[in-house]
Design a binder for this molecule. Structure first.
Ligand SMILES: Cc1cc2nc3c(=O)[nH]c(=O)nc-3n(C[C@H](O)[C@H](O)[C@H](O)COP(=O)(O)O)c2cc1C
Length: 216
């Protein structure tokens, strides 16, 4: 598949069939993730691939509890600009709930861990802002998702699991205090179709040479 087409049709897939995922495909996605850039090539990520049904149930239970808590404070946008926008919001909300209720049944759950390492260079003038360390992990997550898409597999970058992050890491035997969870993604054969998700047009948010100078 053409790279741009894979990128354009990579979106949050939250409903899966129980068709298994080949180990070779999981490994291809992980190799793609590992090719992502990172600040100073520090590569602060580790992956935990969960396929064992009992371990998946443990992670999924924490995910559901985290989502329950998050969902309770989600506010509905008061006004939608169109029926399409309302439907899109409702579809996303229902699909998110579905994933939270069915994560244990997805063939693969991948956790993207970020090392807890000092990331604030300083000199005599003080600390330097060179960007956050997680900026060196999310490119790997997105590479993973795009590679999966190219193989016909669905993913969804999610972060709500962080609410129970330390408990999940402990349950998976991750050494205490050394990592945090940057993201969790299901991986499997989606039941729905891939497609181009609604987004603001690039031209609407692009400024050429000076702020405010836009092209149509
Ligand atoms: C940083 C980040 C965190 C997210 N966390 C969650 C999450 O916890 N649960 C979830 O179902 N989706 C999560 N998502 C998925 C977004 O809801 C989704 O990317 C967005 O609604 C666009 O979906 P679409 O690509 O299908 O249009 C997250 C996405 C990002 C980038």
């Amino acid at each position: 598949m053409d790279a741009v087409e894979a990128i354009m049709t990579t979106r949050a897939m939250r409903r899966y069939s129980d068709r298994p995922v080949a180990d070779a495909d999981i490994e291809t996605c992980l190799r793609a993730a590992q090719q992502a850039p990172s600040g100073g090539n520090v590569q602060p990520q580790q992956y935990v691939v969960v396929t064992d049904p009992e371990q998946k149930a443990v992670v999924a239970d924490f995910y559901r509890r985290a989502f329950d808590r998050y969902e309770a404070i989600l506010e509905q946008p008061r006004e939608f600009r169109s029926d399409d926008e309302r439907r899109s919001f409702e579809r996303g909300r229902d699909a998110s709930r579905h994933l939270a209720d069915h994560l244990a049944e997805v063939p693969v759950i991948v956790l993207f861990l970020q090392a807890r390492i000092p990331w604030e260079p300083r000199d005599d003038d003080g600390p330097m802002d060179i960007g956050r360390l997680d900026a060196s992990v999310y490119p790997a997550v997105q590479n993973f998702c795009v590679a999966a898409r190219a193989l016909g597999l669905g993913t969804a970058l999610t972060t709500v699991i962080r609410i129970h992050g330390d408990e999940v890491l402990a349950a998976l035997g991750v050494p205490e205090g050394r990592f945090e969870i940057a993201a969790l993604s299901p991986l499997g054969h989606p039941t729905g179709n891939f497609g181009v998700a609604p987004r603001k047009p690039a031209a609407a948010v692009t400024h050429w040479n000076r702020w405010g100078d836009k092209r149509r």
